[in-house]
Design a protein around this ligand. Structure first.
Ligand code: MG
Length: 254
């Protein structure tokens, strides 16, 4: 029965594709939208700009929803110890995210205590930001890891004080109307143009002993690691108490 249903779905899907193709197998519609790509580092034409170097209007402090208070200087924002983690005012589902980051060139701590911040997709799934240049730590906690779930494929880190980039493709988890997981989240990450995570299946909220998905159709809770069943959540940048700067942050909704 299951196989029969699968075959039926396949036939319907095939007929939909074939319906759009002419007798030479060519498809002319719908036509993909025209998008101007990255030019000299400037975001694509359909990107939502989260930080352009001048203001933090797209961000709030996570703890109390007041204005984000990170230092803005020379076109970058820098974590201010104690200023707190910040989150986008807008919530997002599936996204392409570009973000540039730079650990301080003044080396103070080591391991997780050196250049630690993080990009939290849906506020719950951390792509680790860390100064991982000649800095030993657990590999599933180094830069480009999904924190305590998956080490990056390679260490693509630059020396401290240099700008680095993440290009992240995030497929949000899907929940049914009662909040039960229907499909997990997936993430692909390029660090400095190098693939470090390839369509990794996220196991659930990071920062927990046993990662799991918990959702409810109502207010989400970053503290309790509870996801909003709408499939849309803010992006969060971590204040881990160390000096890390960010710039040129943009997102495309997929
Ligand atoms: Mg971190």
């Amino acid at each position: 029965m299951k196989n029969l249903l699968g075959l039926l779905c396949l036939l319907i899907a095939s007929s939909q594709v074939l319906a759009q193709a002419n007798d030479r197998g060519e498809v002319y519609a719908p036509v993909p939208a025209l998008v101007r790509g990255v030019v000299n580092g400037a975001p694509p034409s359909d990107a939502i700009i989260l930080f352009d170097g001048t203001h933090l209007d797209a961000w709030n402090r996570t703890a109390d929803d007041t204005a984000a208070r990170w230092l803005i200087e020379d076109g970058a924002i820098t974590v201010q110890r104690g200023a707190g983690t910040i989150k986008t005012k807008q919530s997002f589902g599936d996204i392409q995210l570009h973000i540039e980051w730079r650990p301080s060139d003044i080396i103070q701590g080591r391991g997780q205590g050196r250049g630690n911040s993080g990009v939290f997709l849906h506020s719950l799934y951390e792509v680790q930001v860390l100064d991982s240049w000649e800095n030993e730590t657990y590999v599933n906690g180094q830069a480009g890891s999904i924190y305590k779930q998956q080490a990056p494929l390679v260490n693509a880190s630059k020396p401290p004080g240099q700008w680095q980039s993440f290009d992240i493709i995030f497929k949000a988890p899907v929940f049914n109307e009662t909040g039960v997981l229907a499909a997990p989240a997936y993430v692909t990450v390029l660090q400095n143009g190098v693939l470090v995570l390839n369509h990794f299946e996220i196991l659930g909220a990071t920062f927990t002993e046993t990662p799991e998905y918990t959702s409810r159709c109502g207010p989400y809770s970053q503290e309790e690691r509870i996801q909003d069943c709408s499939g849309k959540m803010p992006i969060t940048l971590q204040d881990h108490g160390q000096s890390v700067s960010f710039r040129n942050i943009w997102v495309r909704e997929l």
